[in-house]
Design a protein around this ligand. Structure first.
Ligand code: PEP
Length: 252
């Protein structure tokens, strides 16, 4: 059985002081919710503060990105070794990284191989743009992103990977996909691509999340789908009660 998973992607929001407030309150609200793996991903500069506040509760901490190299002359970047000191998880290939920072499948794959080396649980994002959706290219695009971003991973590490299916047109727009449509992409496109890479058993073990305007009002619709194992939550993860309600909905 795949354990439900909820991740909050704070994006470029919350100062260190604001992080202190939100994490303290969140920690009280969600650490008692069992049956779901729950993580938050604040900006890099707030990770240490968040880490101290989370302490040894069962809330995990993730980075929103990292470089693939261990160290060196990469001004402004953060290495996997640095992330590993504070986090157990890392988001890779978010559509905003792909769109605004030119991250290709090849770059996402390098980062994934690095996550494997540093024993970080990766959340690898895939999803089609509005243009691609309207041109009926969803299957082709998502299949290619999955196959190329997740290639050359060791069979031992593969079950640790979490994939997030995030249609770009649904991110931050308030226009979520719907349960049936999102489930069809996961079942008919992502899991077959995972099967080709890792075999059926591993493909069935890998958790696949939905992301894109998830709120406490629509979360249950996605979590009720057989191939969707949780959510990557952006905007709603910044709201205490919303994120707590989504986490509770994932726990079932
Ligand atoms: C995201 O940042 O991955 C995301 C899905 O954002 P939102 O929930 O705000 O659409």
């Amino acid at each position: 059985m795949r354990k439900p998973f909820v991740a909050g992607n704070w994006k470029m929001n919350k100062t260190i002081a604001e992080t202190r407030d939100l994490v303290s309150q969140l920690s009280e609200k969600i650490s008692a919710i069992t049956g779901v793996e729950k993580i938050i991903c604040p900006p890099f500069v707030s990770l240490q503060t968040a880490s101290a506040l989370i302490g040894d509760s069962d809330i995990g901490l993730g980075a929103q990105n990292m470089h693939w190299e261990e160290k060196g002359a990469f001004t402004g970047e953060v290495s996997p070794a640095m992330v590993k000191e504070l986090c157990g998880y890392v988001i890779l290939g978010h559509s905003e990284r792909r769109a605004y920072f030119n991250e290709s499948d090849e770059i996402v794959n390098r980062k994934l191989i690095s996550a494997q080396k540093y024993d970080l649980t990766p959340i690898v994002c895939v999803g089609e743009t509005l243009d691609q959706y309207e041109s009926k290219l969803t299957r082709e695009v998502v299949s290619r992103q999955t196959s190329q971003s997740l290639r050359d991973v060791s069979p031992d590490f593969a079950p640790r990977i979490v994939v997030a299916y995030e249609p770009v047109w649904a991110i931050g727009t308030g226009k979520a996909s719907n349960g049936l449509e999102a489930n069809a992409v996961v079942k008919d496109v992502i899991r077959p691509a995972l099967t080709e890479l890792f075999g059926l058993e591993t493909a069935q073990a890998i958790r696949v999340l939905y992301g894109g305007s998830v709120t406490s009002s629509n979360a249950a619709e996605f979590f009720g789908q057989p191939d969707i194992d949780g959510a990557l939550v952006g905007g709603a993860s910044l709201k205490l009660d919303e994120f707590a309600a989504i986490t509770r909905a994932a726990a079932g």
